[in-house]
Design a protein around this ligand. Structure first.
Ligand SMILES: [Zn+2]
Ligand SMILES: [Zn+2]
Length: 224
């Protein structure tokens, strides 16, 4: 029922104005606002960490310890107005923002399924929706890719941004359980709103690899 409500709200807003300036558009960002978005510049080929122009294709940390995902697709840098838009989608029920944000991804060969980063059921009840799932569904509709939710959060975890790197890993140890993947579903894209250190995406990618995923991308709207 919640999904139907979300679906009808999304449909109603699909042909709405540009989410930034209100100019008439097809529901996406108008051409001027699109140009002004803080597009991510040179970045690590694996983890999308911003790099200086002169750097090699892969960042130092990824060379030392390759991530369990194959690449990150992050169209934007975590700056104004992107932080504001993601915050509005996540905390202020601006569900209509999911479609224009999801339209910013430029996928290569399409994955077999999109897998949103799950919320713990208690937080899902509190918020009423999972913004990562909204982004995944919007991208799935756009690219004709099914959305799969094989993973659950088995315990609530304190927000990652309050913790240092070691505490982030400890915080997420055993926090997810993943069901076996359907046959023929081996190339996945994990979907989330923003990537900070990527600890959550790493933990989930490892759990999906353990279920037989052969190739994993992470699609995030913005990279910190
Ligand atoms: Zn605009
Ligand atoms: Zn990297």
């Amino acid at each position: 029922m919640v999904y139907n409500w979300i679906k009808s709200r999304l449909a109603r807003h699909w042909a709405g104005p540009c989410p930034l300036c209100g100019a008439r558009s097809d529901g996406g960002f108008c051409r001027d606002c699109l140009q002004d978005l803080p597009w991510l510049g040179p970045a690590c080929r694996l983890c999308a960490r911003p790099l200086p122009e002169s750097a090699g294709p892969v960042c130092g940390p990824c060379l030392q310890c390759p991530p369990p995902f194959d690449r990150v697709r992050a169209p934007l840098a975590w700056r104004r107005p992107v932080d504001r838009l993601v915050h509005a989608l996540k905390f202020h029920e601006r569900l209509e923002l999911a479609a224009p944000l999801a339209a910013l991804w430029r996928p290569g060969p399409l994955p077999d399924a999109l897998v949103p980063v799950p919320l713990h059921p208690a937080r899902l009840r509190e918020r009423g929706y999972n913004q990562a799932a909204l982004l995944a569904r919007a991208a799935g509709r756009r690219w004709g890719v099914p959305v799969l939710e094989p993973c659950i959060r088995t315990r609530p975890t304190p927000p990652q941004h309050r913790l240092d790197a070691a505490a982030r890993r400890r915080n997420l140890d055993g926090a997810f359980a993943c069901a076996p993947l359907p046959a023929g579903c081996r190339r996945l894209a994990l979907v989330d709103d923003v990537m900070t250190t990527g600890t959550t995406l790493r933990v989930l990618a490892r759990a999906l690899r353990a279920q037989g995923a052969a190739y994993i991308e992470a699609w995030v709207v913005a990279r910190v």
